[in-house]
Ligand binder design. Structure first.
Ligand SMILES: Nc1ncnc2c1ncn2[C@@H]1O[C@H](COP(=O)(O)OP(=O)(O)OP(=O)(O)O)[C@@H](O)[C@H]1O
Ligand SMILES: [Mg+2]
Length: 511
């Protein structure tokens, strides 16, 4: 058995140890990938998944870690990404690296230009782009600016980029986090095609249903250590979760323990907004809704239905408003700027994937306290002690994994960055809290904690509006669901009436 496995394996990482100041990110990790398999790498936020892949790709060069990497049985000592690419490894990172103002073709060949003498042969590049776009089933002109493409298409272009480099080991770090369900399914089918051609694929995801639908084997990391590698068909989701979080999680959603108060917190009337980029396009058409004190309202809809635009325009950061009004506890709000809205009591956690709305060069304390600064000042004086205690408390509640609160945001794992940005809006002590995809990239255990916090906030009287593309999440935490379709409100469902089917029917117009 041992022998055949060695023969089948394309990649072996042994005893990998990688240390950052104050953090042992990888503690003697073993990880073996076979030829032509899809191998999922799972674990809680901060478990070391992305770091392990950065060791593999040479982002962390040979010498900055200990242990051994073998490809096809040969020991590798990558000095950088170029070296791992030469060994036919391609990594698509958690944060996409596309250059938005370049076109598709330029992005595909970025850093890997087709040369004719000293010049770039754009004709050849164009022809090759066509071919590779076909391979990833993306029907766009290679000259399309990336700026105009959605996340799904951008993710496929990243894969195209890997294919032109002839990769044999493709690593995808949370590739579906920002995709719609259909886009995610397309991506998974594509990976199955690649597998049938003998490519190996390392797939990192917090979406365990995807992991189960696609992976041949699963390796679990906790706290920088390998828990084990398992055949997918010998595991269940519950078993996998207990391996990841070290305990059994019987429920994915905490019980609802709050009742909305019969008092309107937020009222939006006749909200109509034009798209600032496409002249004449009405992005939001006469939207009216209200939300009560202590209520959690879920906003469902297809990607592009206008949910994010609705809240961005309410915060005054997007769109050309033509009409409409917002009132908070009966008082009409006239100033529409982010700071004005925060002052009034409305906070918004944006869905932004790359920056997570954080200042990456600043530490956790600074990031968490930034928007609440004005509120916390007493006669122009900030109580640093109190502030620190508040941050400690919040970081503890959200289980932010970090050696210290002075850690720079850029050094946190993706999921922990998301927790910090959630924490910073909670610290503004809002009356209305808008959460746009609050659990994107968050592990199952921490998701539960975040839902618990949401219930606690609702119980204390805060009104929460949540945008989520995961229907089970919308159903699991909302008191009421509002469905948005093509910039209009398509329907509204009470908790008791809401099902995946009833929501989808409104979302797609199939009523
Ligand atoms: N550049 C860095 N400097 C300091 N610490 C770091 C750095 N990069 C990662 N870490 C730490 O190493 C640990 C592992 O992080 P990593 O990003 O690999 O986690 P992950 O498993 O990918 O988590 P997530 O699911 O949240 O993306 C974390 O504790 C993280 O804070
Ligand atoms: Mg990660």
């Amino acid at each position: 058995m041992g022998d055949t496995m060695e023969q089948n394996s394309i990649l072996e990482m042994k005893n990998i140890r990688k240390v950052f100041p104050g953090v042992v990110a990888l503690d003697n990790v073993d990880f073996t990938v076979r030829k032509g398999e899809i191998h999922a790498l799972v674990g809680e936020n901060g478990a070391g998944k992305s770091t392990l892949m950065k060791v593999l790709s040479g982002v962390y060069p040979f010498g900055t870690y200990t242990g051994e990497i073998k490809i096809d049985g040969k020991v590798m000592a990558f000095q950088g990404i170029k070296d791992s690419e030469a060994a036919q490894v391609s990594v698509i990172y958690q944060e996409l690296t596309m250059l938005k103002n370049m076109n598709v073709c330029e992005n595909i060949f970025l850093g890997n230009e087709v040369k004719k003498g000293a010049f770039i042969d754009w004709n050849e590049a164009f022809v090759k782009s066509r071919k590779v776009l076909e391979e990833v089933c993306l029907n766009v002109n290679p000259e399309t600016p990336v700026l105009n493409l959605g996340m799904g298409a951008q993710q496929l272009i990243e894969i195209a980029k890997a294919i032109v480099k002839d990769c044999r080991i493709l690593v995808l770090d949370e590739p579906t986090a920002a995709l719609t369900e259909t886009e995610a399914e397309n991506l998974l089918s594509l990976l199955r095609v690649f597998r049938s051609k003998g490519m190996s694929c390392i797939f990192i995801s917090h979406k365990l249903n995807e992991v189960f639908s696609i992976a041949d084997r699963i390796t679990v990391l906790t706290d920088g250590k390998t828990v084990g590698t398992y055949d997918t068909d010998k595991l269940t989701e519950d078993k996998l979760i207990s391996l990841m979080v070290g305990r059994v999680l019987t429920q994915r959603y905490p019980p609802i323990d709050h009742t909305p108060v019969d008092e309107t917190a937020l009222e939006v009337k006749g909200w109509t907004v034009y798209d600032p980029e496409i002249s004449g396009r009405i992005a939001l058409d006469n939207i009216s809704f209200s939300a009560r004190k202590g209520e959690i309202v879920g906003f469902a809809g297809l990607m592009g239905a206008g949910r994010t635009e609705l809240f961005l325009s309410m915060m005054g950061v997007w769109g050309r408003r033509s009409s409409g009004e917002i009132s908070l506890y009966g008082k009409e709000l006239s100033e529409r700027s982010p700071s004005g809205m925060i002052q009034a009591g409305i906070s918004y956690l944006s869905e932004d994937r790359k920056g997570k709305g954080l200042i990456l060069m600043e530490n956790i304390i600074k990031n968490m306290t930034l928007p609440s600064l004005e509120k916390r000042q007493h006669n122009g004086f900030i109580d640093r002690e109190r502030e620190l205690r508040a941050v400690e408390d919040m970081a503890h509640q959200l289980q932010v994994k970090t050696p210290s609160l002075e850690q720079l945001a850029q050094n946190l794992s993706g999921g922990n960055q998301q927790k910090v940005s959630l924490g910073k809006w909670l610290m503004t002590e809002p009356k209305v809290l808008i959460l746009d995809e609050p659990t994107r990239g968050i592990d199952v255990g921490a998701k539960y904690e975040i839902y618990t916090i949401m219930h606690k906030l609702a119980k204390s009287g805060i009104c929460i509006l949540m945008v989520s593309s995961e229907l089970p999440e919308v159903l699991g935490v909302s008191d009421r669901v509002i469905v948005v379709r093509e910039g209009k409100i398509a329907g509204e469902l009470l908790r008791a009436e809401a099902t995946q089917e009833s929501i989808m029917a409104y979302a797609t117009g199939g009523m």
